[in-house]
Structure formats: C-alpha cells, structure tokens
Design a protein around this ligand. Structure first.
Ligand SMILES: CC(C)(COP(=O)(O)OP(=O)(O)OC[C@H]1O[C@@H](n2cnc3c(N)ncnc32)[C@H](O)[C@@H]1OP(=O)(O)O)[C@@H](O)C(=O)NCCC(=O)NCCS
Length: 478
C-alpha cells in the first residue's frame, strides 16, 4: 500500500474476492500490538465485503460509499474481481450543483449531521469512546457516584467532598411527590405502563409546581426545576410499577444514595451494596450519549421556549421506542427464546434472513465495540448468574453471523444487550429496564435543556418536498 500510495487492497483467493484490507485495519492491528512478521492478512481484513457490479450507476456507488463510510469498493462480475472504485475516483468526477440542491442533501435519519454545539459530552464512534464534559464516562462509572456525575453535568465540574455532601442532601429531600401527583399517578398506573405514566406525570408535575415557559424563567430557577424533576423521576417510576401490580407505593428514603433509594422504592427491600453499586454504574453509563433521538427531541422542544416538563415529556416519548430505549427487555426475551447456546447460530441466522433486527446489536454511531456494552459485560460477569455465561456465548455467535450476513456494517453488542442481564441480576423486573435507563438519562436530558436554553436559537430545519407537484406559485399581489 505504501509503495503504491493507495489506502486499501482487495484480498483474493482463487480469483474470488475474499476481503478488503484498509489502512485503518492495519492501524488497528498495530494498535493491538500484532507482530507484522507473523500476522496474516485474513485476520485483519473485512471478509466478504460489499461489492458493486460493473453496470451499476455511479450514484449507487456513491451512496454505498457514503452511507457505510467506505472509501473503496471492489467491482465484481460473476465472482471475478474487475477493479476497485474509490471515493477519490468519484470525487474526481463530482459535478457542480446549485447550492440550494446541495444543501438539501442530508442523509436519511440525519446520520452524521452536526445540528448543535455542546460542552456536555461526545461519542467517538470509530474509537469506541465517549465522555461527559472532559471525563471518560467509563472512568466516571468506575470511580464516582451518580450524584457526582449529576453535579458535573449541571454545574460543569466534579464536586469536592463538601459540595458533594451538600448536593446529595439537597437531592434526597426533593424525592417526595407533591400530594396531588400521588393521586394522579395512582389513576394513570391503573391503565398505563411505567414509561407512559412517566410521560404524563412529568407534565402534571410541571403544572402542579407552576413551571413557566423556559423563555420566561431565569437560568437559576430553571436549574432548580431540573434538579427537582430528576430527583422525583425515580419516585414516579417506582410508584407506577408498584401500583400497576397492585402493591403499595413505597415512600422514598432520605438516608440512601439515589440508585440505592430507587431499588428500595421498587421492591420495598434495602438492596445489597453490590446491587446498588451495579445499578448506579449502569445509570451513570446512560446519563448522556451524544445527540440520540430523545436528547435531540428534548432540545428541539426546549428551543421553542416551552417549559422544562414539556421538553422532558417529549424526550420520554422518544425513549419509549424499541429502536432507542426499548431494547433491553427484548434482548433478554431473545435469550429466553434462543434457550440454549447451540441454538444461537441458527436462531440468529434465520432472524436476519427474515430481515429482522437482533435487539441489543448495532448502533448508529459505534462502528466498533460499544464501551458501555464492554463495561456491562464485565459487570454482569462479576455479578454472576446462569444467564451471564449464556449471554456471552450468544453475543459471540450473533457478532459472527452479523459479520457474515451483513458484511461491512460493523455490528456489535450495544448498551442494551447486557443492560437487561445486569438489571435482572439486581432484581429489577423486565418492565422496569427502560424506566431504569430513563432515570439516568433524565439527568442528561435536563443538562441539554439547560444548555439549549442558555444559548438558544429555535431549531427549525427544512424538508425537501417530494410529493405531487403543486400549481406554480403566483406571487401575492400587494
Ligand atoms: C440501533 C439501530 C437502530 C441503528 O440503526 P441505523 O444506524 O439506522 O442502521 P441502519 O438501519 O442503517 O443499518 C445498517 C445495516 O445494518 C443492519 N443492522 C443494523 N442493526 C442490526 C441488527 N440489530 N440486526 C440485524 N441487522 C442490523 C441493517 O439491516 C442494515 O443492513 P442493510 O445495509 O443490508 O440494509 C439498529 O442497529 C437497530 O435497529 N438495532 C436493534 C435495536 C437496538 O438494539 N436498539 C438499541 C440501540 S442503543
């Protein structure tokens, strides 16, 4: 590659395309400490890469390269390699387009489009790294409490010992539900699940406490509202869960840390230190994660100057979708369905061949291992239990099958695959998996709302009209 000054080579075996090896693969290999004298190309290449036929249109090549972030694609006919088309080749024949047309070209799902600036954190999908402010989120989960991370997100720095103590005390007394909200939750819980109750109860909380539009609320007051909302969300969720199953609401305790108190309210039993810490670490890991759908929804609503409850209620709605926050219980249900490790391969193969998605795998941003999933896998292994070993075996099989059937998509386990395993080991019922995610993520949403309001500009993009042509517009007469 160096001699020919090219960024990739196609690997062939008996004249058939076997894989593609790129500069990036070689960087990975060298970062992993591979000995170049003995390593083989087959181990580091992407096997069975996507290919193009010689008759395909340039537009097809262009969208395949840009959609999958490839820089090169082999061109193949009847299994024989004819050539390689590269992003550079296509750039060379790029044509000038009117600016209006070019600026309207956004990828479906806004993938990769920068829509705001934030100082709250970032996700680096190629590296498998994410951070909250200037700290690695994984390091924070290893060494800090949920309250410390909450403080970091809201105030911009980690608290010192005294600040941390005062902040925790402040939060603990905000856990109680306003009396009228208790009755309203009881009514909602008779028919709705915990997330449905949450999305309505958050709105009711705003009404009950008289929250004004954020446009008419000063920054200090808005932050105080956000602190109260995050403190009360676990109480709403656990009340909704208990009332739904016909049990009594368990009042919050003020002497427990946030995650331990959440587990207490769910079961009415004080959790062990190990359980409380595991759930706390999970909730730290899920506080924030770039411009995911619910965070974006929260910021869009906040940008209209609406009140805090409106923005968080919208975010809860976005999180409830299975493609976002609704996967952990489905991932666990999949393990149940697979039943035994030897059935994993055929189960996954058939599901992918039917065009289904394997829950807990794949990510819009991560194109390598999701660091949250790696952390949770270790956490699950340390907690033990029969499902954990089985889950690791299934993970391995799913990744193998997806690599074979979806070459080049780089699909790995995401945060949700082990989340269910960890939560189950801590005694959380499947119905409460996504709500437990929401407890941590509310802190992230509120941080984004505060940031949006502090530097606001209405978020109001445009769409390209692709329907039946309307009549030619006649300029309005004065
Ligand atoms: C998370 C997710 C929505 C991201 O999707 P996305 O960025 O829009 O990715 P795309 O839909 O463009 O998928 C790219 C390709 O990978 C495939 N793919 C992505 N995730 C897959 C999965 N979990 N199982 C099987 N195939 C998958 C798609 O079918 C597509 O294949 P194609 O190119 O042949 O059409 C997607 O990976 C998914 O649905 N995962 C399962 C749900 C889940 O775990 N959600 C929790 C996310 S934290």
């Amino acid at each position: 590659m160096r001699n020919s000054e090219i960024g990739s080579v196609i690997v062939t075996e008996r004249d058939k395309v076997a894989g593609i090896l790129t500069e990036r693969d070689l960087l990975w290999a060298s970062a992993a400490g591979v000995d170049p004298a003995v390593a083989t190309v087959g181990l580091w290449m992407t096997a069975h890469p996507d290919v193009l036929g010689p008759d395909e249109e340039v537009d097809a090549a262009w969208s395949s390269l840009t959609h999958h972030h490839y820089r090169h694609l082999p061109v193949v006919e009847s299994g024989q390699l004819l050539g390689v088309v590269s992003l550079r080749d296509l750039m060379a024949m790029a044509r000038l387009r009117p600016p209006a047309e070019a600026s309207a070209e956004v990828p479906p799902g806004l993938e990769g489009v920068v829509v705001a600036e934030t100082a709250l954190g970032d996700v680096r999908g190629e590296e498998g790294f994410y951070h909250y402010r200037q700290y690695s989120a994984i390091d924070l989960a290893q060494s800090r409490s949920l309250e410390d991370v909450w403080y970091l997100m809201f105030f911009g720095e980690l608290p010192g010992g005294e600040e941390a103590r005062r902040f925790s005390e402040e939060l603990a007394v905000l856990r109680d539900l306003p009396p009228r909200l208790r009755a309203q939750i009881a009514e909602l819980a008779a028919t709705g699940g915990p997330l449905e109750v949450l999305r309505s109860a958050v709105s009711m909380l705003g009404v009950e406490l008289g929250w004004r539009p954020s446009l008419d609320t000063d920054d200090e007051m808005l932050r105080a509202q956000a602190i109260q909302l995050c403190a009360v969300v676990p109480t709403i969720l656990s009340a909704a869960w208990n009332l739904r199953r016909g049990a009594e609401m368990v009042d919050p305790r003020h002497d427990l840390a946030a995650s331990a108190n959440y587990l207490w309210m769910l079961a009415g039993v004080e959790p062990t230190e190990t359980q409380a810490r595991a759930v706390e670490q999970y909730q730290i890991l899920t506080v924030d994660h770039g411009f995911n759908a619910s965070t974006f929804a929260a910021r869009v609503i906040a940008s209209t100057g609406a009140d805090l409850a409106a923005a968080v209620g919208g975010a809860v709605g976005a999180l409830s979708g299975p493609l976002h926050g609704g996967a952990p219980s489905r991932a666990l249900a999949m393990l149940d369905d697979i039943g035994a490790p030897e059935r994993a391969e055929i189960w996954v193969r058939e599901a992918v061949e039917r065009g289904e998605r394997i829950m807990g795998f794949g990510h819009r941003v991560y194109k390598t291992n999701d660091p949250r999933s790696l952390f949770l896998r270790d956490l699950a292994l340390s907690l033990g239990g029969p499902v954990v070993q089985f889950a690791t075996e299934v993970e391995e099989k799913v990744v193998d099958v997806l690599t074979e059937l979806k070459p080049g998509r780089r699909l790995y386990a995401n945060v949700e695959f082990y989340a269910g395993v960890v939560m189950q080991a801590c005694g959380i019922p499947p119905e409460m998996f996504t709500p437990t995610f929401a407890v941590g993520r509310t802190i992230g949403w509120c941080s984004h709302i505060l940031e949006q309001v502090a530097h606001n500009r209405l978020i109001r993009p445009t769409a390209r009209y692709v329907g039946v042509a309307p009549p030619v517009a006649v300029p309005a007469r004065r």
